[in-house]
Design a protein around this ligand. Sequence first.
Ligand code: RIB
Length: 633
Amino acid sequence: MNIKDIAKLCGVSPSTVSKILHNKDSDISVETRKKVLEIIKKYQYVPYSKVINSASPKTNMIGVLVSGGSYEVQQFLYAIEGAAAREGYSVILCNTGGEKENIDKYCRILENKGVDGIISICQKEELPEELKAAQVQILDGKNENHKSAAADVCFEMQEAGYRAANYLLEKGHRKIACLLRKEDADIEAGFLLAYKEWFISPEKEWVFFGSNEDITNIGIAKCLNEDVTAVICGDLEIGNILYGKLRERGDTIPNKISVISVRDHKMAEMVYPQMTAVHIPAKEIGEAAVNALIEIVEGRKPAYECRKKIELRINERGSVMKPADHDQGGKIVVVGSMNMDCIINVSHIPTGGETVRSGNIVSLPGGKGANQAVGAGRLEGLVYMIGRLGNDSDGKVIYNSLVSSGVHTDGVVFDESVPTGKAYINVAPDGESTIVIYSGANEKLDRSQVKQFEQLLDDAAYCLLNLEIAEETVEYTIQKCKKKKIEVILKPSSVEKMKESLFENIDYFIPNEKEVKQLIPGDTSIEEKADILLSKGVKNVIITLGHKGCYLKNARYERHFPAADFYPLDTTGAADAFISAFAVALSEGNDILYAVGFATYAAGVSITRQGVQPAMVDRKGLALYQEEINGFS
Ligand code: RIB
């Protein structure tokens, strides 16, 4: 800005301005003088700024224009300030409120201060054309008319709407509602585009625009009346309102309704369940804007070469899962234990009276029941869990692990009176392990809880049980399963005795070598022990043998299968991986030989990773071994 610009804004000649600036204004009226001084003050005009600038062409100052202080804007500012400081630049911040007049004013002020460049964040109005400072715009939308003076870094809210909808469609949701702000038309456009690509037409009634009040009083009821299975929220605030309403109605998230926000916020980790959101990578955007500006200022690149579109991504947390009616295999219900595993790496497993030191201890979600549910969920089975956790942080971690693996948690109860179960696991360098269990809340998983959630067993194809919960609860569940024609898969765990009457109702009995030796002691081979189990009424016996594979015996087959060839890091939970994959394969209508192959490879992958639940393979991972699995049948 120079003296001519000021004169033009005041409607006087440059010499009048000059006289006033140099106190030679005795012939100038009081009103004109007042007007000129006001404009000079408004634009913070510094006389001879051009001279100063040419003597010192760089000031290492960047001006930043913002409108408002939304969470995203704050994040951009942190990133811009940090990146600028690292490059030796300081930042002058101007809040324009998005007003055209303020934008023009602040641009002139910033030029007067001699800034090297200006970054404007999400300004709806254009920057003045005659601006001389280098410019980078952060845009929430496409830059349609690419002004040659300005470089840009853009992200698109249409993409956010598209990604949220596509993510839910991929999970199997077809009826998805949107609760949006009035200005969120871009998000709706992305939502519609995703549906179009899936060749499905969403109903008009599924999209609602309004204020918080409208959404609370009208929007939520309107879209939930449409029987939607998932809701896209314009932001976290809307998500929170929805959480509250769903809770009032007794609808669980995500079992009944999945929720995703198209804007992310750290608050998303503080709600329960943590909210899945489309993440706008503010740090990446802010840094890209600073880098582009510096490239232009330092003459390394022209503005037109500094244009970047930033991809958005989904931050998966715990508020989305497949809808209950999604086309999956038969329903699998797990009734079993859930523990927080304290995994202790040792040089060797200690024997009586011995003390060993550990250099590495980690806590990870476990428990045979939860492990089997998570394993089946990862493999895209339709899985429901009935179990009991303490109302403590361990319980919440396990619950989140179930939910994020796609397990329906309707049957999980948080017990106020006892802590979550725990398992202390020593793992030796060869992957072998020993376990000490504290039952905690698992002990209180009784027949009344199974009765309470009995409807979850309706239409189930398989029920997975283990003996880390009370035998009486197992017996009661088996009786229910028999009445409902559900096949029972049972894993015993280090018990010396089992009630004889249980055996005749077990369809698949899957002990390991030690467990079968405990149950059927004596000098007989495992083949003979399997025979004894069959004679007690078990329909199929599969004995897992670690690195030696497994042995199957039923009325039709008697066969040894080799283990999959993987290097063991931690073998804890390999049997749980085996059982969950076995159940998923059967639930999809496969024969028992294929199911053993599927299970063998799921177990194989699991031993290559530490922990149990984090080690469970997903469908894509297991598909890599499809040829080998096919070889089993
Ligand atoms: O089968 C492995 C599991 O046994 C561990 O996760 C531990 O919790 C125990 O239940």
